[in-house]
Ligand binder design. Structure first.
Ligand code: URA
Length: 198
């Protein structure tokens, strides 16, 4: 049996050379994700942006700095969690990921990353990641501003996970109201993790 580290590393290698959709043509680097293979908390964003594409790492631009700040304020370090995206390659000019891109990529990579890590808590940042995860469960998603911070107990990855939608940090960067919502949701995260340990 492969360990979580070995399974993640294999997925990582596959992502780096993936050519399964049109996004492979224009990327500079694929961005598989990074962090702790035995993380209790896994964060799933939307797609790599310009900086992520240049560096091959998730959340390293402005939204990433804000995510780091949110993690820090909630008492978590980036090393303790795992961070990735629904799709692993940057869409041209940061357009929205298309349904076929999400379907192909998430099934091939994100789902296996979740199964390798087996996090207790899955945090979906933004509507694309939220609708992918909840649709696997047969839940139709309304507006993210309505359902952010709710707990969904999901089983579609083969083991129980508490999933929580949140606003995307990039959407909150220049919106004080969204910023407060996100900060509030991060504050309740540590209580959630604590509860899930028992
Ligand atoms: N936005 C995302 O959704 N993911 C990243 O990795 C960076 C910005």
């Amino acid at each position: 049996m492969m360990t979580a580290v070995e399974r993640l590393s294999k997925i990582h290698d596959e992502v780096m050379v993936c050519g399964r959709c049109r996004l492979a043509e224009q990327r500079r680097n694929a961005v598989p994700g990074e962090g702790n293979a035995s993380a209790e908390m896994m964060f799933v964003g939307e797609a790599p942006g310009r900086r992520e594409d240049l560096r091959g790492r998730p959340f390293v631009g402005a939204a990433g700095r804000f995510l780091d700040e949110l993690l820090h304020e909630a008492g978590f370090s980036r090393d303790a969690v795992y961070i990735t995206n629904v799709i692993k390659c940057r869409p041209p000019r940061n357009r929205d990921p298309r349904p076929d891109e999400i379907a192909t990529c998430a099934e091939l990579y994100l789902a296996r990353q979740i199964q390798a890590i087996r996090p207790k808590l899955l945090i979906m940042l933004g509507r694309h990641s939220t609708s992918y995860i909840l649709s696997e469960e047969g839940i139709k998603v309304g507006g993210i501003t309505k359902i952010h911070g709710r707990r969904y107990e999901i089983k579609s990855f083969g083991f129980p996970i508490v999933a929580m939608p949140m606003l995307h940090p990039a959407a909150a960067l220049y919106n004080a109201k969204y910023k407060d919502m996100l900060k509030h949701d991060f504050r309740i995260l540590s209580t959630q993790v604590e509860r899930l340990r028992h």
